[in-house]
Write a protein that binds this ligand. Structure first.
Ligand SMILES: [Zn+2]
Length: 147
């Protein structure tokens, strides 16, 4: 699947699952979304946490998508940081329940991953949240300001 198609699919899924804060996606063009969503997780994450991210179940990609945009918009506040990480769990549960019946072990695997990842971000993500976003949109913006 190419990048543009992938982003379109993530947008569709965010609507389908009625995910929290999905409105944030509408603020950006497709090109910006491609730059922001670096499949998956901020560049300033430690390597081991990036490994955790890449081992997340594919159904959580849409949850990470919203999470990435929130981190792109980070204002360095503790409240938004905690809200974003809590939302990863809430949205992850929503995706798991919508995608898999109660009899399906995947429902619980995906829910567990969402909870654990939200917790890991809360414990280890603070410095990434506070450091400048490394997506190409932000880097270009900083360059044009001469920073
Ligand atoms: Zn950014």
């Amino acid at each position: 699947m190419n990048r543009l198609k992938e982003i379109k699919e993530l947008k569709r899924r965010a609507d389908e699952f009625q995910l929290e804060n999905r409105e944030i996606i509408g603020k950006y063009t497709m090109a910006e979304l491609c730059a922001i969503y670096n499949g998956i997780g901020p560049d300033s994450f430690p390597d081991w946490l990036r490994d955790v991210i890449s081992s997340l179940h594919p159904s959580l990609a849409v949850v990470a998508f919203i999470h990435d945009i929130e981190w792109h918009e980070s204002d360095g506040s503790k409240e938004k940081f905690a809200a974003s990480n809590a939302r990863f769990k809430t949205n992850g549960y929503r995706v798991a329940k919508a995608g898999y019946g109660w009899w399906n072990p995947l429902r619980y695997i995906v829910m567990n991953q969402a909870r654990r990842f939200g917790n890991l971000c809360q414990i280890f993500g603070w410095s990434a949240w506070c450091s400048p976003c490394e997506c190409t949109v932000c880097r270009k913006k900083r360059k044009s300001k001469g920073k």
